[in-house]
Design a protein around this ligand. Sequence first.
Ligand code: NAP
Ligand code: ZN
Length: 351
Amino acid sequence: MIECIGYGAKGEKQKLTSLSFPRRDLRDNDVLIDIKYCGVCHSDIHQVNNDWGGSLYPMVPGHEIVGIVKEVGSNVRTYKKGDVVGVGCLVDSCQECPSCKENLEQYCDKGAVGTYNSKEYESGAATQGGYSTSVVVREEFVVRVPENLDLAAAAPLLCAGITTYSPIKHWKMEAGHKLGVVGLGGLGHMAVKLARAMSINVTVFTTSPEKVDDAKKLGADHVVLSKNEDEMKAMAKQLDFVINTVAAVHNLDSYLQCLKRDGKMIMIGLPDKPYPNIEVSELIFHRKTLAGSLIGGIKETQEMLDFCGEHDIVCDIEKINIQDINEAYKRTIEGDVKYRFVIDIASLKEG
Ligand code: NAP
Ligand code: ZN
């Protein structure tokens, strides 16, 4: 066993504290990664708080991991010691079902194994995430991080990046299309950057007046304050697509109304409660689609990282020490982060 130090929650809604735990010894197809940085996703907070049910404790969160390969198993061919790599939300899947065969491991019929708050297939041991010094992951779930990207700012690409890239690609959004992005947080700001790099016209919907200028600097063509009824009304039937990143239950009808005929709203924000009734007449009378999307497969994650490498795209981050993680959670819930906290794992090693 490999002894590992991390920060985690010992129970539901508990503050994160220092703890140590074992990682499995390297199997033939495993890669041992010395973690350098880990992003703080709103999903980490949902899972610590057991918002979605079924959380396993103690829980070391973190699925936006970047680091350096320290050691590889005897059958590993793709990576070697010293490589700059990343690990996102997944660490295993069955590799046999139709979704896995289509490189869509996130929709694996057996249930993909999450980087944390999940159980390894064979041992049943709880997986633990990237707020820690090292991680052991099978080769197929490791991706290569382009070396021209700032490593800390690249970390959130492993979840915020792929979760927004995947629906853009799946629904074939392209130059000339009009896309609305709801919520300017970690996911939302990446949706803006990625869509702009593909010449998609972007309108940001935000509840935060202080983010309007930022949204424009990030590349948004238009910004709407969603609490302003007149601004919302002016958007009626304007958009081809909406990507909705909001982490709390809110009024979806007002965004469905912003879609043109045949428009599609893709939900990626996953709140703690189900949505109440949705006005289906808006869907029926204008042939609109309400859809959802979960992260992205490993092949697509690599494609997204390569795209970001070519276009010099990284996240806007606030680097923190692990000791500040509980304050960072509080600020994320309040929408007070520009636009992703990233933990410098060196702070963990220093104690
Ligand atoms: P985040 O950084 O906290 O951003 C969420 C943004 O939503 C906030 O910055 C805020 O933007 C807006 N917002 C929050 N509460 C709101 C409310 N009550 N009403 C209206 N707007 C509100 O979170 P994130 O890390 O981007 O994650 C967003 C959601 O996506 C979370 O639920 C997370 O679990 C989920 N997620 C899903 C996937 C997936 O695969 N589908 C992957 C990762 C994360 P403004 O200030 O601009 O209004
Ligand atoms: Zn995430």
